[in-house]
Ligand binder design. Structure first.
Ligand code: ZN
Length: 232
């Protein structure tokens, strides 16, 4: 399917590997209510598919949200979590929690995080905010000043809002997809976008899909996400 009418595409920067970072905004929108981000982890490509389906199904005139369907094109292209410099972008944000230690792809804690998958260690970058993708995303957020950021991930099957997120919105999203709401994802995430948002009092929701076939993910998650994007 084609992307629906009423969206304009804008390149907000380039990845470390030189690939374009594209955001879709409703044509003529003066203000943006929210920003949906997918694919900050390249090994979670199902998040891109959901973002794409939303762009296909929602007309730009029916929403005040912007969508960044692929925050880490290098990682998606290579099928890895990191960008082409080996940096986990969701550990590269200049939050108070940023730390220089490398991280595992799957930190210990949740049942789906098995030891055999804990390979492929990630750098948090040479310094907080060192990566062009991180810089472009921060600049976008500072420009749009979205009232809510929704960051799609996989595979923990939960919703983790920052304290600034509207509990009613969180509850609606959770009910639509029958997902648990937890105050965090169960392990520390130094340098995560979410931590950076928390530091600034920005409302953000980490939305973790489960491991499931793509049609099942669409069926379970698209109704609630579409409702979020089209409810004024
Ligand atoms: Zn992730």
């Amino acid at each position: 399917m084609e992307i629906a009418d009423g969206w304009q595409q804008e390149e907000i920067g380039r990845s470390r590997g030189g690939l374009p970072l594209k955001v879709y905004r409703p044509v003529g929108a003066d203000t943006i209510d929210g920003l949906l981000i997918a694919g900050i982890h390249g090994e979670e490509p199902e998040t891109l598919l959901l973002a794409r389906r939303l762009l296909e199904r929602i007309d730009g005139t029916d929403t005040n949200w912007a969508i960044l369907p692929c925050a880490n094109p290098d990682g998606v292209l290579h099928g890895v979590r990191q960008n082409s410099a080996g940096v986990d972008l969701n550990r590269n944000f200049p939050s108070a929690s940023w730390q220089p230690d490398h991280s595992f792809t799957y930190p210990p804690g949740a049942p789906v995080r098995k030891r055999q998958h804990r390979t492929n260690r990630s750098s948090p970058g040479d310094a907080p905010g060192s990566e062009p993708e991180t810089q472009a995303l921060i600049a976008l957020i500072e420009q749009l000043e979205p009232g809510l950021i929704l960051d799609l991930h996989s595979p923990l099957a939960l919703i983790a809002p920052t304290t600034a997120a509207d509990p009613l919105i969180v509850q609606r999203l959770a009910a639509a997809a029958d997902l648990p709401v937890l105050p965090d994802i169960g392990s520390r995430t130094p340098g995560a976008l979410r931590d950076w948002c928390s530091d600034r009092g920005v409302a953000a929701i980490t939305y973790e899909l489960e491991h499931a076939p793509l049609p099942a993910l669409c069926e379970r998650h698209l109704p609630g996400l579409a409702m979020l994007l089209t409810t004024v």
